[in-house]
Every structure is written in C-alpha cells, then in structure tokens.
Design a protein around this ligand. Structure first.
Ligand code: FES
Length: 103
C-alpha cells in the first residue's frame, strides 16, 4: 500500500532547486518550483545521471550528464537520449513537512 513519507522540511529546498532523498530504498529527486513541490525518480533512464542535480526549466528538468529532459509532473522523458520515463510520485505538505507517496 502506498503511504506518504516525510522526506524534508519545506525550508530545506529553496524555490528553483532540487535535492536527492531516499525512501524505502528508492532514490527520488525532489524539486521546488516556485513553491510547488515535485518528486520523480532520481536516476536518469539513459545512463543513470542524477536528475536532482539537473537544471530546472519551467516544470521540466534537464539531466546534468547528457541533457535529456523530463517532465516533473509525470516523469515522462521529453527528449533524447533518455529512452524511457522515470517514476513520478505524489507530494503533499503537512505543516512544515514535505511528504512523498511511495508504495
Ligand atoms: S544520463 Fe541522463 S541524459 Fe545521459
């Protein structure tokens, strides 16, 4: 069953930045885009680049290794060379906690 897990404080992540978190053995990239939080798999489907260290443009992130773009809402790969999507996770704010839903 999927449940929400606390992964950070809202103050841990400034707007326009990302960070890597780990929940239940899953590596997740958490982003703050103008106060809206997104969570997708941290591992690029091309060669495993860390998406949490990528450049945010609107609601997409650009892989820091070879430039593939992923949609932050759906995890969908938008440009080559990434051959597939990464998982997307629901995020909620509870008080000052940032929580991610992971099964
Ligand atoms: S590892 Fe991400 S584009 Fe190559």
């Amino acid at each position: 069953m999927a449940t929400f897990h606390r992964v950070a404080e809202v103050t841990d992540l400034a707007p326009g930045t990302g960070m890597a978190v780990q929940v239940g053995g899953q590596k997740i990239a958490l982003f703050n885009v103008g106060g809206t939080y997104y969570a997708i798999g941290d591992t690029c489907t091309h060669r495993g680049g860390p998406l949490s260290e990528g450049t945010i443009e609107g609601t997409t992130v650009i892989c820091p290794w070879h430039g593939a773009c992923f949609d932050l809402g759906s995890g969908r790969n938008l440009t080559p060379p990434a051959p597939g999507a990464v998982p997307a996770y629901r995020v909620r704010i509870e008080g000052t906690d940032v929580q991610v839903e992971v099964s």
